[in-house]
Design a protein around this ligand. Sequence first.
Ligand code: URA
Length: 236
Amino acid sequence: MAGPSRVRRTGVVDSPPVSAVPIEHVDPLRAYGESIAGCSRCRLAKGRTQVVFGAGNPHADLLFVGEAPGFHEDKQGVPFVGQAGKLLEGLLNGVGLRREDVFIANVLKCRPPGNRDPQPDEIEACEPHLFRQIELIEPRVVATLGNFATKLLSGRPEGITRVHGREQRLTIAGRNVLLYPLYHPAAALYTPAMLKVLESDFARLPGLLEGTPPVAAVVPPVEAAPAPPAEQLGLF
Ligand code: URA
């Protein structure tokens, strides 16, 4: 009687059982960041030290979107590490959050020369990276810092002085998110009245994250301060 065939077909390579193959779990956000480290979609590639992709919890409920890396961010490869970053961290701590709890990114991933304003074609070239970040992080709340992030993600022309502290439900990159515009910390550094407003807007973040936002406080708009020379403009 013929038993099981012991004849091995030539040309068939024995492979180990699937469970013995080590599987590396690559975080898709990190993989995406690595894939754009050599990005050359716009002119800023020429002058940058490195792409500043963003930092923090890749599964954060809360995503902050600033404007663009500055001098220190460009050197260190991490967003918001300068003076504005220290203020942002203090504001986060004030509402019981740490940098590691949230994800922080920018509209532009590369430093504009001399910290000048982002140009429309640079924003257009860079926005797929931000939209992909939103798809991968899946935040519930997206807090935009300043005019550039607010106008890009709201798709509306109203400036930050009018819309700060007013959350709006939107679909961004196919995700249902709560967009929450805030003054840019760099602007608040130079304007105490604006800092007060930023603090009071920040105080609502835990409630927004809980999904039980209290009624928005009515805060009178603050006059834009004269722009400081070496800081980023277009923040109001
Ligand atoms: N300002 C920004 O908008 N982003 C940074 O990363 C630093 C300062």
